[in-house]
Design a protein around this ligand. Structure first.
Ligand code: MG
Length: 158
């Protein structure tokens, strides 16, 4: 059997903190406002995994008022999510990531992000696709006020 899931996340740019995408630190970029490290790819990926496995959403599993998750690396949250998904009898088939942002340019980081996401999920790099697009200047994302991501995941019987 196969199951599909979708996840979406957005964070506002703020301050001089690090920008994390797919567990990769992106140099020379603005950081984001977040309870955790604000990694929009990993947050959307967690929601996509939970969605495909019918296990709810990221807010139920990692409450943003819970001090345990304050400043936590999203890769740790993903690790826990993956264990739950695996315990429910699923393995990851493939992942398709779309990031929407006006800045920074993500093309130079494409392969590093694919590699790291694949590693975090214990799948081949060929099972992870990365796309980046702008919002063509429209709306908050288009005005470079923040960064958003969509992730679609296919799960297969383990
Ligand atoms: Mg988030």
């Amino acid at each position: 059997m196969m199951r599909i899931g979708h996840g979406y996340d957005i964070h506002a740019f703020e301050g001089s903190g690090e920008l994390w995408l797919g567990g990769v630190s992106i140099p020379d970029a603005r950081g984001v406002r977040a309870h955790s490290d604000g990694d929009v790819i990993l947050h959307a990926l967690i929601d996509a995994l939970l969605g495909a496995a019918a296990l709810g959403d990221i807010g139920q599993h990692f409450s943003d008022t819970d001090p345990r998750w304050l400043g936590v690396q999203s890769s740790k949250m993903l690790e826990q999510t993956l264990s739950e998904v695996q315990a429910a009898g699923w393995k990851v088939g493939n992942v398709d990531v779309t990031v929407i942002t006006e800045e920074p340019k993500l093309n130079p980081h494409r392969e590093a992000i694919r590699k790291n996401v694949a590693q975090l999920l214990s799948v081949e790099m060929g099972c992870v696709n990365f796309k980046a697009t702008t919002n063509e200047g429209l709306g908050a994302v288009g005005q470079a006020e923040g960064i958003a991501a969509h992730v679609v995941v296919l799960l297969e019987d383990a």
